[in-house]
Design a protein around this ligand. Structure first.
Ligand code: ADP
Ligand code: MG
Length: 455
Protein backbone atom coordinates (compact mmCIF):
# COMPACT_ATOMS: atom_id res chain seq x y z
CA UNK A 1 0.00 0.00 0.00
CA UNK A 2 1.20 3.48 -0.83
CA UNK A 3 2.23 5.23 2.31
CA UNK A 4 0.86 8.68 2.90
CA UNK A 5 1.51 10.86 5.89
CA UNK A 6 -2.03 10.71 7.16
CA UNK A 7 -5.04 9.02 5.76
CA UNK A 8 -7.83 11.45 5.03
CA UNK A 9 -11.40 10.91 4.03
CA UNK A 10 -12.10 11.89 0.44
CA UNK A 11 -15.48 10.66 -0.63
CA UNK A 12 -18.18 9.49 1.71
CA UNK A 13 -21.53 7.95 0.85
CA UNK A 14 -24.09 7.68 3.64
CA UNK A 15 -27.15 5.46 3.12
CA UNK A 16 -27.10 6.24 -0.57
CA UNK A 17 -29.81 4.82 -2.78
CA UNK A 18 -30.74 5.30 -6.39
CA UNK A 19 -34.05 4.68 -8.06
CA UNK A 20 -35.45 5.58 -11.40
CA UNK A 21 -38.94 6.61 -12.28
CA UNK A 22 -40.28 4.59 -15.16
CA UNK A 23 -42.37 6.13 -17.95
CA UNK A 24 -45.36 4.25 -16.49
CA UNK A 25 -44.87 5.97 -13.16
CA UNK A 26 -43.36 3.02 -11.32
CA UNK A 27 -40.17 3.45 -9.40
CA UNK A 28 -37.35 0.99 -9.76
CA UNK A 29 -34.72 0.82 -7.07
CA UNK A 30 -31.36 -0.12 -8.49
CA UNK A 31 -29.29 0.48 -5.40
CA UNK A 32 -29.95 0.69 -1.71
CA UNK A 33 -28.31 1.75 1.50
CA UNK A 34 -24.75 2.16 0.27
CA UNK A 35 -22.32 3.22 2.96
CA UNK A 36 -18.85 3.75 1.69
CA UNK A 37 -15.80 5.87 2.32
CA UNK A 38 -12.91 6.41 -0.04
CA UNK A 39 -9.73 7.54 1.62
CA UNK A 40 -6.44 8.95 0.45
CA UNK A 41 -3.66 6.52 -0.33
CA UNK A 42 -5.74 3.65 -1.61
CA UNK A 43 -6.79 2.03 -4.84
CA UNK A 44 -10.29 0.71 -4.42
CA UNK A 45 -11.74 -1.83 -6.81
CA UNK A 46 -15.48 -2.01 -7.22
CA UNK A 47 -16.37 -5.48 -8.41
CA UNK A 48 -19.69 -7.03 -9.25
CA UNK A 49 -21.74 -8.72 -11.92
CA UNK A 50 -23.07 -6.60 -14.70
CA UNK A 51 -26.13 -4.65 -13.66
CA UNK A 52 -25.11 -4.48 -10.01
CA UNK A 53 -24.77 -0.71 -10.19
CA UNK A 54 -20.99 -0.29 -10.40
CA UNK A 55 -21.13 2.45 -13.03
CA UNK A 56 -24.00 4.16 -11.26
CA UNK A 57 -22.12 4.19 -7.99
CA UNK A 58 -19.02 5.58 -9.65
CA UNK A 59 -21.05 8.31 -11.33
CA UNK A 60 -22.62 9.23 -8.02
CA UNK A 61 -19.16 9.54 -6.48
CA UNK A 62 -17.98 11.64 -9.43
CA UNK A 63 -21.09 13.80 -9.15
CA UNK A 64 -22.31 13.00 -12.65
CA UNK A 65 -25.61 11.80 -11.23
CA UNK A 66 -27.31 12.59 -7.97
CA UNK A 67 -28.49 9.88 -5.59
CA UNK A 68 -32.17 9.49 -4.84
CA UNK A 69 -31.58 9.12 -1.13
CA UNK A 70 -28.76 9.53 1.28
CA UNK A 71 -25.85 11.88 1.38
CA UNK A 72 -22.68 12.26 -0.63
CA UNK A 73 -19.79 14.09 0.98
CA UNK A 74 -16.50 15.12 -0.50
CA UNK A 75 -13.81 16.07 1.96
CA UNK A 76 -16.54 16.05 4.60
CA UNK A 77 -18.66 18.61 2.78
CA UNK A 78 -21.98 17.87 1.09
CA UNK A 79 -21.43 17.57 -2.63
CA UNK A 80 -23.53 19.46 -5.14
CA UNK A 81 -23.06 18.80 -8.83
CA UNK A 82 -19.75 17.64 -10.23
CA UNK A 83 -17.12 16.43 -7.82
CA UNK A 84 -14.38 19.05 -8.08
CA UNK A 85 -11.70 16.57 -7.11
CA UNK A 86 -12.56 13.76 -9.49
CA UNK A 87 -11.77 12.87 -13.09
CA UNK A 88 -13.05 9.89 -15.00
CA UNK A 89 -11.65 7.42 -17.50
CA UNK A 90 -14.29 5.47 -19.39
CA UNK A 91 -14.03 2.14 -21.12
CA UNK A 92 -13.95 3.76 -24.52
CA UNK A 93 -12.10 6.92 -23.93
CA UNK A 94 -14.65 9.00 -25.88
CA UNK A 95 -12.13 11.20 -27.66
CA UNK A 96 -13.13 13.93 -30.05
CA UNK A 97 -12.14 12.59 -33.47
CA UNK A 98 -11.58 16.05 -34.93
CA UNK A 99 -9.11 17.03 -32.21
CA UNK A 100 -5.48 15.93 -31.99
CA UNK A 101 -4.08 14.01 -29.05
CA UNK A 102 -2.77 17.25 -27.57
CA UNK A 103 -6.08 19.04 -28.02
CA UNK A 104 -8.00 16.14 -26.50
CA UNK A 105 -5.75 16.10 -23.47
CA UNK A 106 -5.93 19.86 -23.13
CA UNK A 107 -9.70 19.78 -23.10
CA UNK A 108 -10.12 18.86 -19.46
CA UNK A 109 -7.79 21.66 -18.44
CA UNK A 110 -9.79 24.14 -20.48
CA UNK A 111 -12.92 22.96 -18.73
CA UNK A 112 -11.48 23.83 -15.33
CA UNK A 113 -10.41 27.25 -16.54
CA UNK A 114 -6.64 26.86 -16.85
CA UNK A 115 -4.94 29.54 -18.96
CA UNK A 116 -3.32 28.66 -22.30
CA UNK A 117 0.23 28.56 -20.99
CA UNK A 118 -0.32 26.25 -18.03
CA UNK A 119 -2.67 24.17 -20.20
CA UNK A 120 0.08 23.59 -22.68
CA UNK A 121 2.64 22.78 -20.03
CA UNK A 122 0.43 20.39 -18.10
CA UNK A 123 -0.93 18.67 -21.19
CA UNK A 124 2.53 18.09 -22.65
CA UNK A 125 3.83 16.84 -19.35
CA UNK A 126 1.05 14.31 -19.01
CA UNK A 127 1.41 13.23 -22.65
CA UNK A 128 5.01 12.53 -21.88
CA UNK A 129 4.33 10.70 -18.62
CA UNK A 130 1.66 8.53 -20.14
CA UNK A 131 3.85 7.45 -23.04
CA UNK A 132 2.27 9.42 -25.86
CA UNK A 133 5.38 11.37 -26.67
CA UNK A 134 5.59 12.00 -30.40
CA UNK A 135 1.86 11.50 -30.90
CA UNK A 136 0.81 15.01 -29.86
CA UNK A 137 -0.43 15.90 -33.32
CA UNK A 138 -1.97 12.56 -34.22
CA UNK A 139 -5.71 12.15 -34.52
CA UNK A 140 -7.55 9.45 -32.59
CA UNK A 141 -8.30 7.41 -35.71
CA UNK A 142 -4.56 7.08 -36.35
CA UNK A 143 -4.03 5.40 -32.99
CA UNK A 144 -4.44 1.84 -31.77
CA UNK A 145 -7.04 1.07 -29.10
CA UNK A 146 -4.35 0.98 -26.45
CA UNK A 147 -2.95 4.36 -27.48
CA UNK A 148 -6.41 5.89 -27.56
CA UNK A 149 -7.02 4.67 -24.05
CA UNK A 150 -3.74 6.28 -23.04
CA UNK A 151 -5.11 9.57 -24.32
CA UNK A 152 -8.16 9.01 -22.13
CA UNK A 153 -5.85 8.51 -19.14
CA UNK A 154 -3.76 11.54 -20.01
CA UNK A 155 -6.85 13.71 -20.34
CA UNK A 156 -8.16 12.59 -16.93
CA UNK A 157 -4.77 12.87 -15.22
CA UNK A 158 -3.82 16.24 -16.73
CA UNK A 159 -6.23 18.02 -14.40
CA UNK A 160 -4.37 16.43 -11.50
CA UNK A 161 -7.47 14.95 -9.90
CA UNK A 162 -7.36 13.93 -6.26
CA UNK A 163 -9.65 11.06 -7.09
CA UNK A 164 -9.24 9.16 -10.33
CA UNK A 165 -12.36 7.21 -11.27
CA UNK A 166 -12.12 4.53 -13.93
CA UNK A 167 -15.01 2.54 -15.36
CA UNK A 168 -13.72 -0.73 -16.81
CA UNK A 169 -10.80 1.16 -18.36
CA UNK A 170 -8.98 -1.90 -19.65
CA UNK A 171 -11.83 -4.11 -20.73
CA UNK A 172 -11.92 -3.03 -24.36
CA UNK A 173 -8.21 -3.71 -24.85
CA UNK A 174 -6.44 -6.89 -25.83
CA UNK A 175 -4.90 -8.89 -22.98
CA UNK A 176 -1.32 -7.72 -23.41
CA UNK A 177 -2.11 -4.06 -23.90
CA UNK A 178 -4.40 -4.15 -20.90
CA UNK A 179 -1.73 -5.73 -18.71
CA UNK A 180 0.88 -3.20 -19.83
CA UNK A 181 -1.36 -0.27 -19.11
CA UNK A 182 -2.34 -1.65 -15.72
CA UNK A 183 1.26 -1.86 -14.62
CA UNK A 184 2.13 1.53 -16.06
CA UNK A 185 -0.69 3.06 -14.11
CA UNK A 186 0.48 1.23 -11.01
CA UNK A 187 4.00 2.62 -11.57
CA UNK A 188 2.68 6.17 -11.81
CA UNK A 189 0.75 5.67 -8.62
CA UNK A 190 3.37 3.86 -6.57
CA UNK A 191 6.18 6.14 -7.64
CA UNK A 192 4.14 9.26 -6.97
CA UNK A 193 4.45 10.51 -10.52
CA UNK A 194 0.86 11.69 -10.39
CA UNK A 195 -0.63 13.75 -7.60
CA UNK A 196 -3.70 11.52 -7.47
CA UNK A 197 -4.66 10.68 -3.88
CA UNK A 198 -7.06 7.84 -4.47
CA UNK A 199 -8.12 5.64 -7.35
CA UNK A 200 -11.48 4.00 -7.80
CA UNK A 201 -11.61 1.33 -10.45
CA UNK A 202 -14.81 -0.32 -11.57
CA UNK A 203 -14.28 -3.76 -13.01
CA UNK A 204 -15.89 -7.14 -13.46
CA UNK A 205 -12.50 -8.77 -13.81
CA UNK A 206 -11.51 -10.37 -10.50
CA UNK A 207 -7.82 -10.73 -11.28
CA UNK A 208 -7.60 -7.11 -12.34
CA UNK A 209 -9.04 -6.10 -9.00
CA UNK A 210 -6.62 -8.31 -7.10
CA UNK A 211 -3.66 -7.03 -9.12
CA UNK A 212 -4.42 -3.37 -8.52
CA UNK A 213 -6.49 -2.82 -5.44
CA UNK A 214 -5.66 -2.05 -1.83
CA UNK A 215 -9.27 -2.69 -1.03
CA UNK A 216 -11.97 -4.66 -2.78
CA UNK A 217 -15.64 -3.90 -2.62
CA UNK A 218 -18.07 -6.43 -4.03
CA UNK A 219 -21.49 -5.31 -5.14
CA UNK A 220 -24.54 -7.53 -5.44
CA UNK A 221 -27.63 -7.08 -7.54
CA UNK A 222 -31.32 -6.47 -7.07
CA UNK A 223 -30.97 -4.01 -5.70
CA UNK A 224 -27.31 -3.06 -5.85
CA UNK A 225 -25.71 -3.22 -2.44
CA UNK A 226 -22.35 -3.85 -0.85
CA UNK A 227 -21.75 -7.53 -0.20
CA UNK A 228 -18.14 -7.37 0.86
CA UNK A 229 -15.53 -4.74 1.57
CA UNK A 230 -12.09 -5.91 2.58
CA UNK A 231 -8.48 -4.70 2.47
CA UNK A 232 -5.79 -6.31 0.34
CA UNK A 233 -2.56 -6.58 2.18
CA UNK A 234 -0.40 -8.31 -0.43
CA UNK A 235 2.47 -6.03 -1.40
CA UNK A 236 2.58 -4.63 -4.94
CA UNK A 237 3.67 -5.87 -7.53
CA UNK A 238 1.64 -9.01 -7.15
CA UNK A 239 2.36 -12.30 -8.78
CA UNK A 240 -0.71 -13.92 -10.30
CA UNK A 241 0.72 -17.39 -9.68
CA UNK A 242 1.40 -16.86 -6.00
CA UNK A 243 -0.81 -19.02 -3.74
CA UNK A 244 -1.82 -15.97 -1.71
CA UNK A 245 -2.94 -14.23 -4.89
CA UNK A 246 -4.92 -17.27 -5.95
CA UNK A 247 -6.47 -17.52 -2.50
CA UNK A 248 -7.82 -13.99 -2.75
CA UNK A 249 -9.11 -14.59 -6.26
CA UNK A 250 -10.87 -17.67 -4.92
CA UNK A 251 -12.33 -15.73 -2.03
CA UNK A 252 -13.79 -13.08 -4.30
CA UNK A 253 -15.05 -15.73 -6.68
CA UNK A 254 -16.82 -17.42 -3.82
CA UNK A 255 -18.49 -14.21 -2.77
CA UNK A 256 -19.60 -13.52 -6.31
CA UNK A 257 -20.92 -17.00 -6.91
CA UNK A 258 -22.62 -17.32 -3.58
CA UNK A 259 -26.16 -17.04 -4.76
CA UNK A 260 -27.81 -13.90 -3.59
CA UNK A 261 -31.12 -14.03 -5.31
CA UNK A 262 -32.56 -17.44 -4.68
CA UNK A 263 -33.14 -17.16 -0.96
CA UNK A 264 -36.61 -15.70 -1.05
CA UNK A 265 -38.79 -18.34 -2.61
CA UNK A 266 -41.67 -16.75 -4.44
CA UNK A 267 -44.71 -16.16 -2.30
CA UNK A 268 -47.89 -17.74 -3.53
CA UNK A 269 -50.12 -14.97 -4.76
CA UNK A 270 -53.69 -14.92 -5.92
CA UNK A 271 -53.60 -14.32 -9.62
CA UNK A 272 -56.29 -12.45 -11.41
CA UNK A 273 -56.21 -10.07 -14.28
CA UNK A 274 -57.63 -7.24 -12.26
CA UNK A 275 -55.87 -7.96 -9.01
CA UNK A 276 -52.64 -5.97 -8.94
CA UNK A 277 -49.52 -7.58 -7.55
CA UNK A 278 -48.59 -6.32 -4.14
CA UNK A 279 -45.56 -4.07 -4.54
CA UNK A 280 -43.68 -5.94 -1.89
CA UNK A 281 -43.48 -9.18 -3.87
CA UNK A 282 -40.12 -9.44 -5.52
CA UNK A 283 -39.64 -10.92 -8.91
CA UNK A 284 -36.64 -13.07 -9.47
CA UNK A 285 -34.26 -11.62 -11.95
CA UNK A 286 -34.11 -14.32 -14.60
CA UNK A 287 -30.69 -14.59 -16.18
CA UNK A 288 -30.93 -14.43 -19.94
CA UNK A 289 -29.58 -17.81 -20.89
CA UNK A 290 -30.88 -20.69 -22.94
CA UNK A 291 -31.82 -23.98 -21.37
CA UNK A 292 -29.25 -25.46 -23.75
CA UNK A 293 -26.49 -23.57 -21.92
CA UNK A 294 -27.80 -24.85 -18.59
CA UNK A 295 -27.75 -28.39 -19.97
CA UNK A 296 -24.17 -27.80 -21.14
CA UNK A 297 -23.13 -26.69 -17.67
CA UNK A 298 -24.75 -29.74 -16.05
CA UNK A 299 -22.91 -32.02 -18.46
CA UNK A 300 -19.61 -30.39 -17.56
CA UNK A 301 -19.98 -30.95 -13.86
CA UNK A 302 -21.44 -34.42 -14.04
CA UNK A 303 -19.69 -36.76 -11.61
CA UNK A 304 -17.48 -34.12 -10.14
CA UNK A 305 -17.73 -31.42 -7.61
CA UNK A 306 -16.21 -28.50 -9.39
CA UNK A 307 -14.67 -25.33 -8.19
CA UNK A 308 -16.39 -22.64 -10.22
CA UNK A 309 -13.29 -20.55 -10.57
CA UNK A 310 -11.29 -23.43 -12.05
CA UNK A 311 -14.19 -24.30 -14.28
CA UNK A 312 -14.25 -20.74 -15.56
CA UNK A 313 -10.53 -20.84 -16.20
CA UNK A 314 -10.71 -24.19 -17.92
CA UNK A 315 -13.45 -22.96 -20.22
CA UNK A 316 -11.80 -19.56 -20.66
CA UNK A 317 -14.99 -17.96 -19.50
CA UNK A 318 -15.22 -14.66 -17.71
CA UNK A 319 -17.31 -14.54 -14.60
CA UNK A 320 -19.91 -12.50 -16.43
CA UNK A 321 -20.29 -15.34 -18.93
CA UNK A 322 -20.54 -18.19 -16.49
CA UNK A 323 -22.52 -16.63 -13.65
CA UNK A 324 -25.82 -16.22 -15.49
CA UNK A 325 -25.78 -19.88 -16.48
CA UNK A 326 -25.00 -20.93 -12.92
CA UNK A 327 -27.74 -18.65 -11.65
CA UNK A 328 -30.29 -20.15 -14.00
CA UNK A 329 -29.34 -23.69 -12.95
CA UNK A 330 -29.51 -22.64 -9.32
CA UNK A 331 -32.92 -21.01 -9.69
CA UNK A 332 -34.23 -24.28 -11.06
CA UNK A 333 -32.54 -26.22 -8.25
CA UNK A 334 -30.51 -28.25 -10.72
CA UNK A 335 -27.23 -27.44 -9.01
CA UNK A 336 -26.13 -26.69 -5.51
CA UNK A 337 -23.45 -24.20 -4.61
CA UNK A 338 -21.31 -24.56 -1.59
CA UNK A 339 -18.49 -22.12 -0.92
CA UNK A 340 -17.76 -21.67 -4.60
CA UNK A 341 -18.05 -25.36 -5.42
CA UNK A 342 -20.82 -26.40 -7.71
CA UNK A 343 -22.42 -29.83 -7.88
CA UNK A 344 -25.51 -31.46 -9.34
CA UNK A 345 -28.59 -31.89 -7.20
CA UNK A 346 -30.51 -35.16 -7.54
CA UNK A 347 -32.87 -33.29 -9.86
CA UNK A 348 -29.97 -32.08 -11.96
CA UNK A 349 -28.69 -35.65 -12.09
CA UNK A 350 -32.11 -36.89 -13.17
CA UNK A 351 -32.18 -34.25 -15.88
CA UNK A 352 -28.88 -35.49 -17.28
CA UNK A 353 -29.99 -39.10 -17.28
CA UNK A 354 -33.27 -38.34 -19.04
CA UNK A 355 -34.06 -38.47 -22.73
CA UNK A 356 -35.31 -35.32 -24.37
CA UNK A 357 -38.91 -35.73 -23.20
CA UNK A 358 -37.87 -36.48 -19.65
CA UNK A 359 -35.59 -33.47 -19.71
CA UNK A 360 -38.44 -31.26 -20.82
CA UNK A 361 -40.60 -32.66 -18.04
CA UNK A 362 -37.93 -32.05 -15.43
CA UNK A 363 -37.45 -28.46 -16.55
CA UNK A 364 -41.22 -27.96 -16.70
CA UNK A 365 -41.64 -29.17 -13.13
CA UNK A 366 -38.81 -27.02 -11.87
CA UNK A 367 -40.10 -23.94 -13.65
CA UNK A 368 -43.58 -24.37 -12.22
CA UNK A 369 -42.17 -24.94 -8.77
CA UNK A 370 -39.57 -22.23 -8.63
CA UNK A 371 -39.90 -19.61 -11.32
CA UNK A 372 -42.56 -17.17 -10.38
CA UNK A 373 -42.99 -15.58 -13.78
CA UNK A 374 -43.45 -18.90 -15.56
CA UNK A 375 -45.88 -20.05 -12.91
CA UNK A 376 -47.79 -16.82 -13.26
CA UNK A 377 -47.99 -16.96 -17.05
CA UNK A 378 -49.19 -20.52 -16.80
CA UNK A 379 -51.84 -19.63 -14.21
CA UNK A 380 -53.09 -16.70 -16.27
CA UNK A 381 -53.30 -18.92 -19.34
CA UNK A 382 -55.28 -21.67 -17.70
CA UNK A 383 -57.59 -19.09 -16.19
CA UNK A 384 -58.50 -17.71 -19.56
CA UNK A 385 -61.28 -19.27 -21.58
CA UNK A 386 -59.44 -19.03 -24.89
CA UNK A 387 -56.15 -19.95 -23.21
CA UNK A 388 -54.37 -17.07 -24.89
CA UNK A 389 -52.58 -14.25 -23.15
CA UNK A 390 -51.40 -10.95 -24.60
CA UNK A 391 -47.75 -10.43 -23.76
CA UNK A 392 -48.55 -6.76 -23.17
CA UNK A 393 -50.40 -7.76 -20.03
CA UNK A 394 -47.38 -9.56 -18.64
CA UNK A 395 -45.15 -6.67 -19.66
CA UNK A 396 -47.35 -4.23 -17.81
CA UNK A 397 -46.95 -6.27 -14.64
CA UNK A 398 -43.22 -6.64 -15.12
CA UNK A 399 -42.67 -2.97 -15.81
CA UNK A 400 -43.59 -2.27 -12.24
CA UNK A 401 -40.45 -4.09 -11.24
CA UNK A 402 -38.07 -3.68 -14.15
CA UNK A 403 -37.11 -1.12 -16.76
CA UNK A 404 -39.08 -1.56 -20.00
CA UNK A 405 -36.02 -3.05 -21.67
CA UNK A 406 -35.37 -5.46 -18.81
CA UNK A 407 -39.08 -6.33 -18.58
CA UNK A 408 -38.87 -7.36 -22.21
CA UNK A 409 -35.83 -9.49 -21.58
CA UNK A 410 -37.46 -11.11 -18.55
CA UNK A 411 -40.53 -11.96 -20.57
CA UNK A 412 -38.49 -13.32 -23.46
CA UNK A 413 -36.53 -15.52 -21.09
CA UNK A 414 -39.68 -16.81 -19.42
CA UNK A 415 -41.17 -17.51 -22.85
CA UNK A 416 -38.01 -19.31 -23.98
CA UNK A 417 -37.83 -21.47 -20.90
CA UNK A 418 -41.53 -22.25 -20.90
CA UNK A 419 -41.46 -23.14 -24.57
CA UNK A 420 -38.54 -25.48 -24.05
CA UNK A 421 -40.57 -27.33 -21.43
CA UNK A 422 -43.68 -27.10 -23.64
CA UNK A 423 -45.61 -25.37 -20.88
CA UNK A 424 -46.92 -22.91 -23.45
CA UNK A 425 -46.28 -21.63 -26.93
CA UNK A 426 -45.79 -18.22 -28.41
CA UNK A 427 -47.57 -16.66 -31.33
CA UNK A 428 -45.10 -14.14 -32.65
CA UNK A 429 -47.16 -12.01 -35.01
CA UNK A 430 -49.99 -11.75 -32.48
CA UNK A 431 -47.67 -11.19 -29.50
CA UNK A 432 -49.61 -13.80 -27.58
CA UNK A 433 -48.68 -16.68 -25.36
CA UNK A 434 -51.01 -19.63 -25.63
CA UNK A 435 -51.61 -23.16 -24.44
CA UNK A 436 -51.46 -25.88 -27.05
CA UNK A 437 -54.54 -28.05 -26.89
CA UNK A 438 -52.45 -31.17 -26.27
CA UNK A 439 -50.75 -29.73 -23.20
CA UNK A 440 -50.65 -32.47 -20.54
CA UNK A 441 -53.29 -32.64 -17.85
CA UNK A 442 -52.88 -30.16 -15.06
CA UNK A 443 -53.29 -32.93 -12.43
CA UNK A 444 -50.14 -34.71 -13.54
CA UNK A 445 -47.99 -31.73 -12.83
CA UNK A 446 -46.67 -30.24 -9.70
CA UNK A 447 -49.47 -28.41 -7.97
CA UNK A 448 -49.42 -24.79 -9.02
CA UNK A 449 -49.83 -22.91 -5.82
CA UNK A 450 -51.53 -20.02 -7.52
CA UNK A 451 -54.70 -21.66 -8.68
CA UNK A 452 -56.75 -19.52 -11.00
CA UNK A 453 -59.49 -18.67 -8.59
CA UNK A 454 -60.04 -15.01 -9.07
CA UNK A 455 -60.77 -14.25 -12.69
P1 ADP B 1 -23.05 -2.08 -13.86
O1 ADP B 1 -22.12 -0.95 -14.20
O2 ADP B 1 -22.69 -2.79 -12.60
O3 ADP B 1 -23.23 -3.04 -14.98
P2 ADP B 1 -25.11 -0.03 -13.93
O4 ADP B 1 -24.75 0.93 -12.86
O5 ADP B 1 -24.77 0.35 -15.32
O6 ADP B 1 -24.50 -1.46 -13.56
O7 ADP B 1 -26.67 -0.31 -13.87
C1 ADP B 1 -27.30 -0.85 -12.73
C2 ADP B 1 -28.75 -1.04 -13.01
O8 ADP B 1 -29.39 0.22 -13.15
C3 ADP B 1 -29.05 -1.79 -14.30
O9 ADP B 1 -30.09 -2.70 -14.05
C4 ADP B 1 -29.47 -0.71 -15.26
O10 ADP B 1 -30.39 -1.24 -16.19
C5 ADP B 1 -30.12 0.29 -14.34
N1 ADP B 1 -30.01 1.67 -14.86
C6 ADP B 1 -28.87 2.35 -15.08
N2 ADP B 1 -29.13 3.58 -15.55
C7 ADP B 1 -30.49 3.69 -15.63
C8 ADP B 1 -31.40 4.73 -16.03
N3 ADP B 1 -30.97 5.90 -16.47
N4 ADP B 1 -32.72 4.45 -15.97
C9 ADP B 1 -33.17 3.26 -15.53
N5 ADP B 1 -32.38 2.26 -15.13
C10 ADP B 1 -31.05 2.45 -15.18
MG1 MG C 1 -20.98 -0.53 -15.89
Amino acid sequence: MKTKAAVESLSKLISVGKSYQQPNGQTITIMENINLELRTGEIVALLGPSGSGKSTLMRIIAGLIAPSNGEVLYRDRPMVGLNPGAAIVFQNSALYPWLTVFENVELGLKAIGEGPKSRRRKALRMIDIIGLDGFENAYPKELSGGMRQRVGFARALAVEPELLCMDEPFSALDVLTAENLRFELLDLWLEDKIPTQSILIVTHNIEEAVILADRIIVLGRNPGRIRADFPMTLPHYRDRKHPAFQAIVDRVYKILTNPDLDEAEPEPVAIGQSAPEPQTVKYQNLPHVRIGSVAGLLELIENRKEDLYRLGQELQLEIDDILPIVEAAKLMHLVALDEGDISLTPIGQAFLEGDIDERKNTIGEQLLKHIRLVKQIRALLTAKQNQRLAEALVLDILERHFTPQEANRQLNTAIDWGRYAELYSYDDPAGEIFLESHVPEEQDEEPVDAEPTAV
